[in-house]
Design a binder for this molecule. Structure first.
Ligand code: ADP
Ligand code: ADP
Length: 235
C-alpha cells in the first residue's frame, strides 16, 4: 500500500535574488514497510524531499498525500499536529537535548500526548531504550555517550511516538564506517521485525547498499528508481 504519494511536487527557494530549484516536478510513491534510500550528491534535494514528506516544509506546487491525508495547503498548526503523530525524524547531527538524559530525550516527544499517561509513557521509554541496546545508559547525557550511542537514542526517540514513517537525513554521515554500519543494521532489523517504514538519505554508495528500495536524485529531479533483488539493483 502507498504510504506516501508525491505528485508533480516542486519546491524552490529564493536566495539573494536567485531562484534555487531544490525539487523539480517530483512524483514518487513510497510503500508501507520499505527500507528506502534517497541517494544523490550534496545539494541534489534530498533534505528538501525528506522535509516535505515530514511536513517540516511545504511544496510550492503539486500534491503530497501521507497515510491517506492530503497535506497540501494545511496550516502550520495542522501540520505540526499531524507531524507529531505520523513522523519520526533522525538527523545527521543527532539533535539531542544536551541537558537531558537519554531517558529524558526519548521521553520528551511523548510529553505532548497527555492521553498516554505516565505508566504507558515510562514503559515506552524503557522498551525503546532496550530496543536500541541502551537500557544501561538511560541516565547518561549525550556528552557521556559515543556518536553511535547518541544516534541510538535518536532512533529510540523517533520510534517512541510509534510513527507511520521514520525519516532519517544522512543518519550515518557523522559516524565512522563501522558505527554507521551498526546503525544501518539496527534500523534494518527494526524495519524487518516491526515493518516500520524507513526513508533515509545518503550520498554514500556503501550506505545506499543497505536499502531495499532506491531513489536516485540529482539536481532536484528523480533520475532513477531501484528495487533490490538479492544482491543487485533492478532499475
Ligand atoms: P541535499 O540534502 O541533497 O544536500 P538540499 O535539499 O539540502 O540538498 O538542497 C537542495 C538545493 O536547495 C541546494 O541548492 C540548496 O542550496 C538549496 N536550499 C535548500 N534549503 C534552502 C533554503 N532554506 N534556502 C535557500 N536554498 C536552499
Ligand atoms: P515522577 O514520578 O517524579 O514524575 P518518573 O518516575 O516518571 O518521575 O521519573 C523521573 C525521572 O527519572 C524521569 O524523567 C527520568 O529521567 C528518570 N527515569 C524514570 N524511570 C527511569 C528508568 N527506568 N531509567 C532511567 N531513568 C528513569
Amino acid at each position: 500500500m502507498a504510504l506516501v504519494m508525491l505528485e508533480n511536487v516542486s519546491r524552490q527557494y529564493r536566495l539573494g535574488g536567485q531562484t534555487v530549484h531544490a525539487l523539480r516536478d517530483v512524483s514518487l510513491r513510497i510503500d508501507e514497510g520499505v527500507f528506502l534510500a534517497i541517494a544523490g550528491p550534496s545539494g541534489s534535494g534530498k533534505s528538501t524531499l525528506l522535509n516535505l514528506i515530514g511536513c517540516i516544509d511545504t511544496a510550492d506546487s503539486g500534491r503530497i498525500v501521507i497515510d491517506g491525508r492530503d497535506v497540501s495547503g494545511r496550516t502550520p498548526d495542522q501540520l505540526a499536529d499531524y507531524r507529531a503523530r505520523t513522523v519520526g525524524f533522525i538527523f545527521q547531527t543527532f539533535n539531542l537535548f544536551p541537558v537531558l538524559t537519554a531517558w529524558e530525550n526519548v521521553e520528551y516527544p511523548l510529553l505532548q500526548f497527555p492521553e498516554l499517561g505516565k505508566k504507558e509513557r515510562r514503559e515506552r521509554v524503557a522498551r525503546f531504550l532496550d530496543l536500541v541496546g541502551l537500557s544501561k545508559f538511560a541516565g547518561h547525557r549525550p556528552n557521556q555517550l559515543s556518536g553511535g550511542q547518541r544516534q541510538r537514542v535518536a532512533i529510540a526517540r523517533a520510534l517512541a511516538v510509534k510513527p507511520r514513517i521514520v525519516l532519517a537525513d544522512e543518519p550515518t554521515a557523522n559516524l565512522d564506517h563501522q558505527t554507521g554500519g551498526e546503525i544501518l543494521r539496527l534500523m534494518k532489523a527494526i524495519n524487518q521485525k516491526y515493518r516500520t517504514t524507513f526513508v533515509f538519505s545518503t550520498h554514500d554508495e556503501s550506505v545506499m547498499a543497505a536499502a531495499d528500495r532506491l531513489v536516485r536524485i540529482e539536481d532536484g529531479r528523480i533520475i532513477g528508481l531501484g528495487v533490490r533483488q538479492q544482491s543487485r539493483w533492478v532499475m
